[in-house]
Write a protein that binds this ligand. Structure first.
Ligand code: C5P
Length: 240
């Protein structure tokens, strides 16, 4: 396919149309944002790292039978994906207390959860992406009850597959955010990206943070942390 007009520019990615029906061209940008756009930076190499990592993880999930929008990596910073209509929900799965859960319920960051927790947040910048209960999702008509159950089941499957995959590579999957979309025929598939921007990943031996908290909390070099994740996943390093 060839790249056509820009359809959408978000905080971390640009989405272009292509001449192939139902196929979009995604370009990962070198920008980092946190706190609903309150903190911003340009970080050279971040787009490549997230494109490489997200491509590897979507392929891994496909192998495990989890349908997703990923089609093909085109270049270090670009990939082709299936066009879907994104459901404006952030589906968060947590294995260990961190981030907003620590703030919300007062347990210390690092406390393991006995069972994975699934949460839904409303993708709405004006509202600051609030936590939703299932009745809110129904009132807003974002998804049916059956679809909510499906989203939860899929999110927990992703957690099983990625949790085991990272564990084999000495990385703890603390929590992560997923987005889903509807295809033209109404099927729900996993979409967006899965990267250290959207996951909390801690080194299994040292609990060193290898994810976007490095940027959020000024803990050091984001690209060094993401490079560790890419290498452990078997990806290509920039410097050889
Ligand atoms: O901030 P919070 O603790 O709720 O984040 C949970 C997980 O979801 C983290 O891995 C975070 O990186 C991810 N997340 C995200 N995009 C958001 C909010 C959270 O990728 N808008």
């Amino acid at each position: 396919p060839t790249k056509q007009q820009l359809l959408y520019e978000g905080k971390a990615k640009k989405i272009y149309a292509t001449d192939a029906p139902g196929v979009l061209w995604v370009e990962y940008k070198d920008s980092a944002t946190a706190f609903n756009g309150g903190k911003k930076a340009t970080i050279a190499g971040k787009g490549r790292l997230n494109n490489e990592i997200s491509s590897l993880l979507f392929l891994k999930l496909r192998e495990a039978g989890i349908a997703n929008h990923f089609l093909e990596k085109l270049s270090p910073t670009e990939q082709l994906v299936q066009q879907v209509t994104i459901i404006p929900l952030e589906v968060v799965v947590r294995n260990v207390v961190a981030g907003s859960l620590a703030k919300r319920i007062g347990l210390a960051e690092g406390t393991p959860l006995e069972a994975p927790l699934v949460e839904f947040y409303y993708k709405n910048d004006d509202l600051g992406d609030p936590l939703l209960v299932e009745d809110h999702i129904a009132i807003l008509k974002l998804a049916s009850r059956e679809e909510i159950d499906q989203l939860k089941r899929e999110a927990l499957k992703v957690n099983d597959v990625l949790g085991a995959h990272f564990a084999e590579r000495k990385v703890r999957l603390i929590d992560f955010k997923l987005e889903f979309g509807r295809t033209a025929d109404g099927a729900i598939v996993l979409a967006d990206e899965i990267s250290p921007d959207t996951c909390r990943l801690w080194d299994a031996d040292t609990n060193e943070k290898l994810d976007k908290d490095v940027f959020r909390r000024d803990l050091g070099s984001l690209t060094e942390a993401y490079e560790v994740i890419l290498q452990r996943l078997g990806g290509e390093s920039a410097c050889t």
